[in-house]
Design a protein around this ligand. Structure first.
Ligand code: TRP
Length: 337
């Protein structure tokens, strides 16, 4: 066991609980979380503390947390291999966030593109948490001495900042934090809206047909793919400017494992209608067993509680080592245990 601990790298990632997950979340992130369970020491979190940077309705938020937890589990996470905990259940996260706030510069946070975007979208509530959010995220990662952090391309800048904060801290106090590396999985990393294929697939899409949810019934999934926006060329071919078809090809490739060349060959001489139906059916084949598990899990609240409770305890134990070390180095006196 001890040997194994030395060899396997630590993977950490987290997702914000904005309800049930989308096809984009699944192909871009969660499917990779599941695949990494055997090869790494994986630790995953439901980043609920992050969500209150924008105002939430309490009842909706509670439901979103449970639904998101169950949907990630339904994708195939095994908490005995890869603990999946709830961020707010481990007070070390809030604690490290405050500490790291004091080692993060105003100028650095001001340059974060997500902050700039979100402050435009929520101009009436540009709170301090929205601004310091990247330090909370850095803490999530650094607490567990993670080697690798699988994230979507939109989080790359936050990972860079995490590294800068960690190196700055280590320079002052010696080796406290491992310097993590972000990695952006290649296949299916970026699923775009089916209605507006230049924008990321998102639940907040104005047009519900742009976004496929894990909970969509098969008929709805098929309908959404049949209505997907494409171009007027009518040829299944991956090419610049063909954003709609490129997106459908990426999705199809991600769920079937077929290369773009193979897909082009298979659909040579066929129209977009056939292709859209094929993509829809392939996605249904992937998602419908997950949806069934999700529905079963939601009925078993006791099991969900058991899964997050043991994960919470594991995360707390592991992160306490890092936070104690960091606090001692800074000059705090640790409480008597
Ligand atoms: N900020 C990430 C997002 O919005 C979620 C997140 C929170 C995260 N903490 C993290 C991702 C730590 C990776 C590592 O998608």
């Amino acid at each position: 066991m001890e040997n194994e601990t030395v060899k396997k790298q630590v993977v950490f990632s987290a997702i914000q609980p904005s309800g049930t997950i989308t096809l984009g979340n699944y192909l871009g992130a969660i499917r990779n979380w599941v695949r990494m369970q055997d090869d790494y020491h994986c630790l995953y979190a439901l980043a609920d503390l992050h969500t209150i940077t924008v105002r939430q309705d309490p009842a909706v938020m509670r439901q979103n947390i449970l639904n998101a937890y169950a949907s990630v589990m339904a994708c195939g996470i095994d908490v005995d291999k890869a603990p999946f905990f709830i961020q707010s259940h481990n007070p070390n996260h809030s604690q490290i966030a405050w500490i790291l706030d004091c080692y993060t510069q105003f100028g650095e946070l001001s340059r974060m593109t997500q902050f700039k975007d979100k402050s435009l979208r929520h101009a009436d509530n540009i709170n301090a948490g929205l601004f310091t959010y990247p330090a909370l995220m850095a803490g999530d990662i650094l607490l567990y001495q993670a080697d690798k952090v699988p994230v979507g391309a939109d989080q790359k800048q936050h990972i860079e900042l995490t590294r800068d904060i960690a190196m700055r801290f280590n320079q002052l106090y010696g080796n406290v934090f491992r310097i993590p590396e972000g990695f952006i999985p290649k296949d299916g990393a970026r699923v775009m809206s089916l209605q507006n294929p230049t924008a990321k697939m998102s639940k907040s899409d104005e047009n519900i047909n742009g976004c496929v949810l894990l909970t969509d019934p098969d008929t709805v999934i098929l309908k959404k793919f049949r209505r997907a926006v494409t171009d007027s060329e009518m040829k299944v071919r991956y090419a610049p400017g063909k954003d709609g078809i490129n997106n459908l090809m990426s999705i199809y490739s991600a769920v079937t494992g077929l290369s773009f060349e193979q897909i082009e060959r298979d659909f040579d001489g066929k129209g977009y209608g056939d292709f859209k139906t094929a993509v829809g059916e392939a996605v249904i084949a992937e998602l419908s067993p997950i949806r069934k598990r999700y529905e079963e899990l939601l009925k078993d609240r006791g099991y969900i509680e058991e899964c997050y409770s043991k994960s919470d305890a594991f995360a707390y134990r592991l992160s306490s080592r890092t936070i104690d070390k960091a606090m001692k180095k800074i000059g705090f006196i640790l409480p008597k245990k």
